[in-house]
Design a protein around this ligand. Structure first.
Ligand code: C5P
Length: 409
């Protein structure tokens, strides 16, 4: 039987209304092969009972620092031994203040100060409490002390106000925690990714663009960052927020995307051209809004630079991965593109399966043939694509070092 490596964390629940979301987080973690031990502050138990967490995790919840079930009666020491991380979700303003200042007056704060593993906190509080200078000082101290602060997000709050201080959703916390626990196989590697559509101006208000959402490229950026890579994401206009852990470069047109790639490509180990770059751009965009007339309008277009083909021909350049979105003849078109752009790997998908969707199914083509990744959320597909690229990258002939290139003018 395959031995699946089980990860273990301690989930600390403090006294905020977002405690009910911690129950869902505990469930999601367990589903993702992470064993969860829950410890709660007394205030936490006023929002969700320990029985809920016990039922979800299959383990008694620890609430009392004098819990005699620990053989040495040292719950505050034992709880952080043998876990890979402590996650406090929700983390109240009061709890963060305690940890920032080394206070240890209950079980969970004592566990935190006695820990020998990383600590992650997911703040949840009213917006005024979050904005309060004391809280901001404490958050800065936590970060300086190497504690990961996940969120918060902005939005509607339980108190009826709207603003910064909502705890991240359980699914978002899950992704951050899994990323934190993931092996860092790309540590020390530089990854450059293009994503999203481009926008080619026709005049001051109109332009040519496409339906790419950017989700696949953003998911790849997050996945690569979670594996420890130094990630730069060059993105065209999307409605997505910048992914965690990546340097973000916002561009509009294909020409801007090309320039951004040229100025960031030096030293890159892996390049992923995910962007749906416009193939043509207006020769002469108008610097005034065009007026309507009864006459047909001729719009003269010129081809754009092929960014991926440019990167692929850099001597000693990065390992390049292309993407092909097709509406038919997936294998034929994808392999033809791979050959034309001289890239070792291309990820092909059908437009109708991917554009604007949360999920995707793809086929990877390389020298060895076709490899299918079946339908899954784009975050999961991103990890599959990365794993394949890393395998090919590592098998690439040794000595293929990346050298800085001369900037084209
Ligand atoms: O547009 P096309 O189907 O040729 O796109 C295939 C691949 O080439 C994609 O990975 C895309 O990001 C990349 N590409 C590019 N620059 C272009 C056009 C496409 O990098 N101008």
């Amino acid at each position: 039987m395959d031995k699946v490596l089980k990860r273990r964390i301690l989930l600390g629940v403090t006294g905020g209304i977002a405690a009910y979301k911690a129950a869902e987080l505990a469930r999601l973690l367990q589903k993702n092969n992470v064993e969860v031990q829950v410890a709660m502050t007394e205030a936490g138990t006023k929002f969700v009972t320990p029985a809920t967490f016990q039922a979800l995790t299959g383990k008694p919840v620890i609430t009392n620092q004098w819990d005699a079930s620990f053989a040495n009666n040292m719950a505050h020491i034992e709880l952080s031994r043998g876990v890979e991380a402590i996650v406090i979700a929700p983390a109240t303003a009061d709890f963060m203040a305690k940890v920032a200042n080394g206070l240890a007056d209950d079980l969970l704060s004592t566990v935190c100060i006695a820990r020998n593993c990383p600590l992650l906190v997911a703040p949840a509080m009213n917006r005024e409490m979050w904005d309060n200078p004391a809280t901001q000082r404490n958050v800065a101290t936590l970060r300086t002390d190497g504690i990961a602060v996940l969120g918060p997000a902005a939005g509607d709050q339980a108190c009826g106000e709207t603003g910064m201080g909502r705890m991240l959703e359980p699914e978002e916390l899950l992704q951050s925690i899994l990323a934190f626990l993931a092996p860092k196989s790309l540590a020390g590697k530089k990854v450059l990714i293009t994503a999203g559509p481009t926008f080619e101006a026709i005049d001051t208000v109109r332009g040519i663009t496409n339906l790419s959402s950017g989700r696949m490229g953003y998911a790849l950026a997050e996945a690569a960052a979670s594996l420890g890579a130094d990630v730069t994401l060059v993105s065209g206009p999307t409605s997505l927020s910048a992914p965690h852990g990546a340097h973000f470069v916002y561009v509009t047109s294909a020409a801007e995307m090309f320039n951004a790639v040229k100025s960031h490509v030096a030293g890159t180990d892996l390049f992923f051209g995910v962007a749906a770059v416009a193939d043509y751009t207006p020769v002469q965009p108008s610097n005034r809004k065009l007026k309507k007339s009864a006459e047909p309008l001729d719009l003269k277009l010129k081809p754009t630079e092929d960014i991926l083909a440019y990167v692929a021909q850099i001597p000693g350049g990065p390992f390049c991965v292309g993407f092909a979105a097709e509406s038919e003849n997936l294998a034929g078109y994808a392999q033809a593109k791979r050959a034309k752009k001289k890239i070792p790997m291309i990820v092909a998908n059908l437009v109708q399966h991917t554009i604007g969707k949360e999920e995707n199914e793809v086929t990877i083509y390389d020298d060895a043939g076709a490899h299918t990744l079946s339908r899954a959320p784009k975050s999961q597909i991103a990890h599959g694509i990365l794993a394949h690229a890393i395998r090919l990258f590592e098998a690439r002939s040794p000595g293929a070092t990346v050298t800085p290139i001369k900037q084209a003018s």
